[in-house]
Design a protein. Sequence first.
Length: 555
Amino acid sequence: MKLAPLALLAATVAVPSIAQDAPVSAPATTGMPKTAPKLVVVISVDQFSGDVFNEYRRYFTGGFARLQDGVVFPAGYQSHAATETCPGHSTITTGVRPGRTGIIANDWTDLRAAREDKTIYCAEDESVPGSNSNKYTVSDKHLLVPTLGERMKAANPAVRAVSVAGKDRAAVMTGGHNLDEIWWWDSDKSAYVSYAGRREPGAVTRANSAVAQMIAAGQSALQLPDYCRSRDHAVSIGGGKTVGTGRFERKPGEAGRAWRANPAFDGATLALAAGLIQDMKLGQGPATDIITVGASATDYVGHTYGTGGTEMCLNLASLDRDLGDFFAALDRTGVDYVVALTADHGGLDLPERHREDAVPSAQRLDPNFTPAKIGKQIAQKLGLQGQLLWGGSIGDVWIDPKLSKADHDRVLAEAVRVAKAHPQVETVFTAAQIAATPLPTTPPDEWSLLERARVSYNPQRSGDFVVVLKRFVTPIPDPTKGYVATHGSFWNYDRRVPILFWRKGIAGYEQPLAVETVDIAPTLAALVGLPLKAGDVDGRCLDLASGPVDTCSGK
């Protein structure tokens, strides 16, 4: 099976492509160097859950196979409750949980904001006149802590830090502030873009030109690998629509969701990253450089089709090959590089397929269970006026700050009572309950729901209360109008993600105990010899040596 991203990689990096059906082997090794690597590569695969990784890992022959020859932590955790793209990405290179990064969700409500739209997008500057959370100016202002790349540059100005992703929030939250290059995909412009005023490097120009040609050409149906055939089953989602048998055909010129929810999307992003590494000669200067890469197609595929059909199977097969080609391109540079790969969150397959698989509790959320509708009921009961509650059907909910304290407390008590009584709700936590909870110190798989909420809590941004839906409740009432599946819950299918490390010469092994994505940054910091002070991060260094040498202490 051939996919267009291979040609894009060759055009962008100016190297011969690799046959996709051939396994991509790692270069011969004689032991991991004791010196710092020259290039740090951090890859996030959006919505790459631990469950999906475990389901497909035995089939990988390309980049994922190489990573599995390194150090594998199959029980990694985005340990917090806010299992969305922005909070998850904010943990990976900061080593800090969302309560401290300030990124409590993809967006939140600020009823005191001086804008008509009171919703704040995590990676925007809401002070830009005329903007709102849908039409925004991308900014890093809401990320409250430095990333690994920022710390490296502060310690040595010769360090180059680069971030590339399929989503702006992925690029911003893993790259951070003060980047040498940052580029993300803009669907409205059908191009990789950056902050206003930045010069477009040749690698970006080449990538955008190649992607435009791919979109113009369309794509015929992809051939299904044998191991995907057991997933080839149509699942009805209502309205005469089904998912589960897709092959990613695209009509000529078809972009938008058809391009993003397509394996070719990640191939293009990896090709752009490889092009920037080549053109900037990352890893070939006097200091260790760092690049973060956000592969976003898996998330769009999961939302659009779910995780259990041919669509996800084809997507991961393609990503495996594209990662293999990406690593092969890095090998040809001769640079000593280290890779860390993880995900920003997991995901839940669509309830219709779960019910076919004998999970009777899988269901869609009651369309009447929204803060606006509940607030209206409470207003009528308590004799109050206006919209009392703001927020989404899961997670944080905010109470109108114009209410008196007495009325605020009445609304809070009634809202908690109504929400807890709903049959699809597991529990409700007030901000006071969450704030009073000590930060957890045990492994993340042992945390209570309240502890998961605690590490997501930021007193300046979080809501007045948090709603926890029951397991297998999907907060998408009608799948015929958009996405069919999602994430964002407190539950482990959304929290658990793989964490993989690879470096030439590493002695591979698998560590089954629970670790956190906030452990990635301190681990990489130890590898590059960057000291961290107590309290700088929430994570801990993970020992990547299978023998007596401790890579965290260097002893």
